[in-house]
Design a protein around this ligand. Structure first.
Ligand code: G3H
Length: 540
């Protein structure tokens, strides 16, 4: 039972914070442009943790430090540095051999690994992510970089041979596109940024990296490593408000690829700013409202466990979280009873505590937004069915299970991105199917059941609505070798270790008529290593 007072006491006193997780104030003035770490003397953005501290004066939000609030001038300097590093594809980085670029990325990841402890701690403090999930985010990012290196080698190996068709011989490879603007989300500030930035870099593009609103300081330990491991201008960082720094970058027309993970509203605005939209490639990861459909014969042990993780893992602040639940009316009561018990057993606490899942959330206005969703549903006939559900204190929100939810309610349609769990009972499968068809979003869905006929039929209905149908399992992005994408307002292009290499490159070929002259020419170029592109070298 969590009433507001109980939630209040979950926040720690300063002396309750374990020594290894204590953090000194970080006043970050550094930013990286053109291979130089510069020091900012202008206005700063104060960084406050979602974690409050109990003091004699009540709860005080923990101050973590500050970072530069850069302006248009600095954003354009970053752009000039990146454009120069690219030099129309003649720059050191885009013109470098794949093998050499791999060596740079290997050096980077080797040094990044050593920052694990510091970066995990910063993730915990900046976005309130539990230690376990913060460690997973870091380790998964390292694994992603290593897998990307292997995937680039494989891609290079596959394209090292010549193709001969209709009297034409050619070698087809992938070449870089130009300057990439990478903007990640605050719920995965490290992982989701790196799943675009690393493939963009390794394919030969320079990047301008703007961290999300929350999750800026976590990247600070990497600034020197970026500077040391890549040629000047290949990695540039800008900090500040999107409308101040991202807007001029897009308006300039100098950005070739927009890699953005965030809201469709902002993505749409940024894309429209580009003066030559046909020159812009956009790779977007956007909102979702993934539903779970629990059929009458579902294994309830499995369904409850997966739905719990799907709804509440990291407070439900995942784009892949389960955000609407349709339960067959015949098992609705039993599901609800078990689900309520499971939610009541979930641990709420500070990120450094073991097995904690519900933690303080970084967006101050998220709590009032969730509150608004709950009030709207209550007014329209739903109830909060778990004790204490919807109670909040500052940044802590105790999960609220809402039922019965219907299409009149905001929570039926809006992406809550937090611990509110809307449940509707259904008799006709057409109800959840229509919901998915009419939704603005189309990322994934989860189906729980055992009957091959019913599941088979549902699979065929859903695969043209969403991009992943999860059977007896929550929705999720991983494994990272699987394609991650969405339809409608949920995504543009597809990410995975291998797909991302395609996103940040374009197929380019060298072709010639199959004559003796040309065959001899190609043979000599490859034998004598006269070209970095036209080569049959095999990357081991
Ligand atoms: O927020 C969206 C993330 O890409 C979700 O990843 O399913 O591994 O938590 P995840």
């Amino acid at each position: 039972m969590y009433m507001n007072g109980v939630l209040h006491d979950i926040f720690p006193k300063e002396s309750d914070i374990p020594t290894e997780y204590q953090l000194a104030d970080i006043h970050q003035t550094e930013y990286l442009i053109n291979g130089e770490i510069r020091h900012w003397k202008g206005p700063m953005q104060e960084v406050r943790s979602p974690i409050f501290i109990r003091t004699g004066n009540g709860l005080e939000q923990k101050r973590l430090g500050s970072y530069p609030l850069m302006g248009e001038k600095e954003a354009m300097e970053a752009l000039r540095a990146a454009v120069e590093a690219y030099s129309n594809g003649r720059g050191k980085w885009p013109a470098m051999s794949v093998a050499d670029r791999i060596d740079h990325v290997k050096e980077f990841v080797g040094r990044m690994k050593k920052q694990r402890q510091e970066m995990v701690k910063l993730l915990m403090w900046e976005i309130g992510k539990s230690r376990h999930h913060s460690e997973t985010e870091f380790d998964r990012t390292i694994a992603y970089i290593n897998d990307t290196i292997e995937a680039v080698k494989e891609l290079d190996r596959l394209s090292s041979r010549f193709t001969s068709e209709e009297g034409v011989i050619g070698q087809i490879k992938r070449a870089p596109l130009g300057v990439v603007l990478c903007m990640g989300p605050y719920n995965y500030p490290l992982n989701e940024t790196f799943t675009t930035m690393i493939p963009a870099l390794i394919m030969g593009n320079p990047v301008i990296f703007k961290p999300p609103r929350f999750g800026v300081l976590v990247h600070r330990p990497l600034l020197e490593i970026f500077r040391d491991c890549f040629p000047p201008g290949v990695v540039n960082t800008v900090y500040g408000k999107g409308e101040v720094v991202a807007k001029p970058l897009m308006t300039s027309g100098g950005i070739s690829v927009l890699a953005f993970i965030g809201s469709s509203k902002v993505a749409g605005m940024l894309k429209k700013l580009h003066p030559q939209p046909h020159r812009l490639r956009s790779c977007l990861g956007l909102e979702a409202k993934n539903p779970a459909i629990i059929l009458a014969d579902a294994d309830l042990d499995v369904a409850v466990k997966e739905c719990l993780l799907g709804a509440l893992s990291f407070n439900g602040q995942r784009c892949t979280a389960l955000k609407m639940f349709f339960v067959h009316y015949k098992i609705a009561d039993e599901f609800m009873e078990r689900f309520v018990t499971a939610v009541s057993n979930m641990k709420i606490g500070m990120p450094w505590e073991d097995k904690v899942e519900i933690t303080p959330m970084p967006e101050m206005d998220r709590i009032s937004y969730l509150d608004g969703l709950v009030k709207d549903a209550l007014q329209k006939g739903a109830q909060v069915v778990n004790e204490g559900g919807g109670a909040s204190c500052q940044t802590l929100f105790y999960p609220a299970i809402l039922a019965p939810v219907n299409n009149e309610m905001r929570v039926y349609h809006e992406e809550q991105f937090g611990p509110v769990i809307p449940i509707a009972a259904f008799a006709d499968i057409e109800t959840p199917v229509r919901y998915i068809m009419e939704s603005k979003y189309g990322q994934q869905a989860s189906v729980f059941g055992k009957d091959p006929d019913k599941i088979g039929e549902l699979i065929d209905l859903l695969v043209n609505q969403v991009c992943r149908v999860n059977i007896n399992c929550q929705c999720q992005r991983g494994p990272d070798n699987f394609p991650f994408t969405g339809r409608k307002d949920s995504a543009e292009l597809t990410l995975s270790v291998t797909d991302a290499l395609r996103v940040f490159s374009i197929r380019t070929m060298v072709a010639a008529k199959n004559t003796d002259l040309n065959k001899n020419l190609f043979a000599e170029i490859t034998r004598e290593h006269k070209s970095k592109f036209l080569t049959t070298d095999y990357l081991f």
